[in-house]
Design a protein around this ligand. Sequence first.
Ligand code: NAD
Length: 315
Amino acid sequence: MGKKKSDTIVITGGAGFLGSHLCDKALALGHQVICVDNFLTGSPDNIAHLIGRPGFRFIKHDVSQDLYLTEPVQAILHFASPASPRDYLEYPIQTLKVGALGTHKMLGLAKAKKARFLLASTSEVYGDPQIHPQQETYWGHVNPVGPRGVYDEAKRYAEALSMAYHRTHGVAVRIVRIFNTFGPRMRQHDGRAVPEFISAALRNKPIPVFGQGLQTRSLCYIEDEVEGLLKLLFSKHVGPINIGNPQEHTILEIAELIKKLTRSKSRIVFKPLPTDDPKVRQPDIALAKKLLGWSPKVSLEHGLKKTIDWFRKEI
Ligand code: NAD
């Protein structure tokens, strides 16, 4: 596919956080968008503004089941999957199914339609990493039988399946390893640090930090992430490619910054560290810079301010 205006793009998980922003951007670029979602962790609110808009179609469907489309399709962006630890621990089997069966069905559709296939993989394929920062060549340090294994291994399998379809059937696969992304439309209580901290801070309730908060995360603002994802989609690089912001912060620093930006009276409280919680997380984005000419532009503070403004309206 090129960047033709008439391209039809299927976005699975399109009613979720990342997927709904992708729907917005693809429509803004003039594409036709078919958004497919079963609302397992997403919400109709995320796409309410798109319903009835020319070029946008919504199909409520579980992508672990066959999906039949009559029209030509140029690209499939496979983003359907529970993504926050709280969600995939609540839906462990659905998470494995959508990573395995869902990816299989969508690769089958891509093969039938001769469409490009972008897999939303994750930095979690690196597990609790033993090298830092994480490069695409690193194979990871994942506990397959731990509680988080349901997500990490589903995504590792999805990567392997995508490569098999690429090698065997010539499907134009693109694999992105997404690092922690944040922004408007995250759910307040999905268990991820940014929405959890902001909603606690705005209510002047205790801000829960796991462990001593010394574990690190590198947070990418949604606008930057979406730009990187589309650059990869329209490129000729199969990947995997890390797309994330390499600016690394401790969880405690992030909690303190959110407390400051919201002018909150909240206390920071420390909770037990969850099993297999990664101690460090930072993307090496040399490949994205070199192959896609992409690097993030939005600072953590600016992105947090925009996210806080959105949450303020929601709360
Ligand atoms: P999200 O929960 O907001 O969105 C996921 C969407 O997928 C939801 O709308 C959900 O209803 C839908 N879904 C789940 N199972 C489905 C199924 N079987 N059929 C149809 N729809 C289904 O999560 P998100 O943060 O937007 O994540 C989107 C994708 O990006 C996921 O694949 C996730 O693994 C990946 N990712 C996200 C991040 C991040 O920081 N947000 C980081 C790494 C990877």
